[in-house]
Design a protein around this ligand. Sequence first.
Ligand SMILES: *Cc1c(COP(=O)(O)O)cnc(C)c1O
Length: 225
Amino acid sequence: MEATIAENLRAVKARIAAEAEACGRAASAVRLVAVSKTHDADTIAQALEAGHRAFGENRVQEAAAKWPELKRRYPGVDLHLIGPLQSNKAKEAVELFDTIHSLDRPKLAEALVRLRDEGHALPRLLVQVNTGCEPQKAGVLPTEADAFLARCKAEWKLEVAGLMCIPPVGQEPSPHFALLRKIAARHGLAELSMGMSDDYPVAVSLGATLVRVGSAIFGARPPVG
Ligand SMILES: *Cc1c(COP(=O)(O)O)cnc(C)c1O
C-alpha cells in the first residue's frame, strides 16, 4: 500500500529532526516547506488536515488559483514562492505569499520598492543565488551576490532574511550548500533555503533553515506539459 501524505510528512519531519540533532542543531531550527506545485486543492488539503501549514509554490498564477480558498478553510497558512518572479506579477505575489525565495535582480527589487511605497507590506525576502552559474537558471551569480545584497540594503532599503539555491541537477549538492552558507554568513543572514526531496538531509547538516520538499511528501509530479 502507498504511504499517505500524512505518513510522508511525518517521515520527512522525523528525518529532519534526526539530521538536525545529529549535528547539534535544534529540530525547530529547520522548517519544512511542503512543495505543492502541480497538486490540486484536494491533495494539498490532506497535508493541511494533517496539521501542516508551510507550503511552497513555484508559479504565481497557479498559486493564485488554489490558495485563497485553502487559506480561508485553514487558518495559519504560511505560503512560500520558490519559483522565479516576473516584475509584472510582483503585486500579486506580494499579496499572496508570506515569503519570496527568488529575489534575484534589480528590476524585481525596484518593483518591490514601488509596492512598499504604495503601502503594501512586503513578504520576507530571500535572495536566490545561482551557485552552479547555470545560464538557464534564475539567481544572482555568486560573484555578484555581495554587490546585490549591498544594494538591497543601502539603495533599496529591502530587508533580506536569507539566501536560496537550487544546485545543478546531477551534481553533488554539498559544495553548493556550503557556498550559500558562506555568502549568508558574510552578510549576517539567518535564513538558508536549501535542500529538496533528494538532498534535504545533507542540506540540514550544512545549515538549512528552510527545506523545500515536494515529491517525498506528495509523490511524483505529473510530467510538465
Ligand atoms: C519543485 C521544487 C522543489 C521540490 O522538489 P522535489 O524534488 O519534488 O522535492 C524545491 N525547490 C524548488 C525551487 C522547486 O521548484
